[in-house]
Every structure is written in structure tokens, then in C-alpha cells.
Design a protein around this ligand. Sequence first.
Ligand code: ARG
Length: 290
Amino acid sequence: MGQPLEWGRRYLMVRPDHFRIDYVINPYMSTQDQPDPALTLKQWESLRQAIVDAGGEVEVLAQRADSPDMVYAMNLGLATAGGRAMLSHMRFEPRRKESLSAAEWFTGAGFRLDRTGGEGVGPHFESGDAFVFGDSLVVGYGPRTEEAALKHLATEWNVRVRGLRIAHEGMYHLDLPFCPVDSTHAMIYPPAFDAASQAELSGIVPDPIVLTDEEAFAFSANSIVVGETIIMPACSPRLRDVFTGLGLRVVVLDLSEFHKGGGSIRCLTNPLDFPLSLISTPGGELVLPA
Ligand code: ARG
């Protein structure tokens, strides 16, 4: 029986005042299919309210006019309850200005900032690829985060890092095929990973909730757990039974406008309270798939 997650009560969100599809960096984006501004704001506000209703806290950062993808706050940086944050070093140049505002926000909120690189120099790291789960920081790499960033995280923070190589262009961040639900359960979509990483993943997750293609591409794993509530963009009847059986209340919200940019509920929310205590190890440790 899993214990409730030790994190996921405090989030940073970016108010979508400049959300557009100006460029294409994932298979969901098309400049021919623009979000409706009023509906965008309404959907975002329903998510903010659902988090507060579930007992969570939300900090709000204003969106830069020059950074249409900044609404996907999950990628701004990896923040920890201990007050350290690893700023993202975005793979694609059009997202790099987001880091200027993120750095300012994290510093102002009292976080000590670390970086894997910046301005294209040094390994890319996008925090939508990283979760504390079990005894390690589980980090997806390949499409966005580079392998060298994992070593950096392990040694800089003295933590155990387990890497999973992502091998699916539609699942370009770990938060699309992987979602921690409690201390032992996580939603997973194995086809997102190469064979060695799929094997590694079964060692990482004691109680996997394996998604079907249809569930995965409805962004079901891009959900968040806040206390006893799971907030999801889509939930099949089968998944609803699973979560209800785990004692969770399921809230389903329509985030369709944000799917046009290739992200959903998890992507829109950055947890600020990942605990490092469970994953600390002197000197750091990096475990990569065979
Ligand atoms: N358009 C954004 C990108 O491709 C979407 C980011 C989604 N965020 C996430 N955490 N998966 O970078």
C-alpha cells in the first residue's frame, strides 16, 4: 500500500496572457491551430481553482510577451523543499528567454539557483523531465534533457539520479509518459522508452498503472496529485476505478487549448516542494539504463 506523496502541495503557474503557437517544437503544435485567448484563460483559471480547492497553494508569475510557451511552467526549473532550484537550460532557443524570468522569480522566492548550462552552452535540462520518486530523482533524457545533465544533477546536489531514455517523439518530456501517484504507484506508458529503460522502469515503480495508447495520448499521465485529489485532463472509466480504489478523488478538467502547444495539467504547474531527503547520497550517484 502506497503512502501519499510528500510533495505536490505548492505550485508555480504562469498566467497565459501571451499563449500562442509561434513555432513548432513538438508533434502536437501547428501554427495553423491557434488557441482562443478567452477559453485559454478560463481553462487555466479552472485549473488554478481546482488546485486551491484540493488544498494546494499556487504562486502566479506573469508571462513574458516574447515567450509563448512560458505557460508550461513545469519547465522553468526543478525546485526543492530545501530551497535549491536547478534552472532549466532549454533545448530550443525560442524558449530560452523564459529562464530570465524564472531565475528572477526563483531567487526572489528565496531559492538558491543552480544551472546545468545556459544560452546553448552546457547540457540541456528541462525540468518537465524530472521527478522525485522512490529513492531517486527519475530523469528522462533524449529529446530535451541531455545525458550529461543527469551527472551534473547527481554531483551538484549529492542525489541518486536514475535516467530513462525517451525514444518517442510524441512523449518528449518525462511528464507525458510518467506520473507519480503515491509512494509506490505511478502511471507509466512503456512505449515511450527504449527497451533497457522499460526494464529499468519496472524496477523503479513497484505498482505500475500501465496506460493504453489512447489514455497516454489523451495526456492522462500529465496529471497532478494534490492531497487526496488527482486532477486530470482525461480519465477513462478504468483509470477512474483504479484511482478511486486508491482513495483518490478524481477531478477531470478540459485543458484543450493547451493541448495545442503539446502540454496539459502537469506541464502548466511547477511543484515547488520536491523533497531531497529521500534521494540524498554523498557524492551523488547516477544509474543509467544498460
Ligand atoms: N510547447 C512546449 C514545448 O514543446 C510544451 C511543453 C510541455 N511541457 C511539459 N512539461 N511537457 O516545450
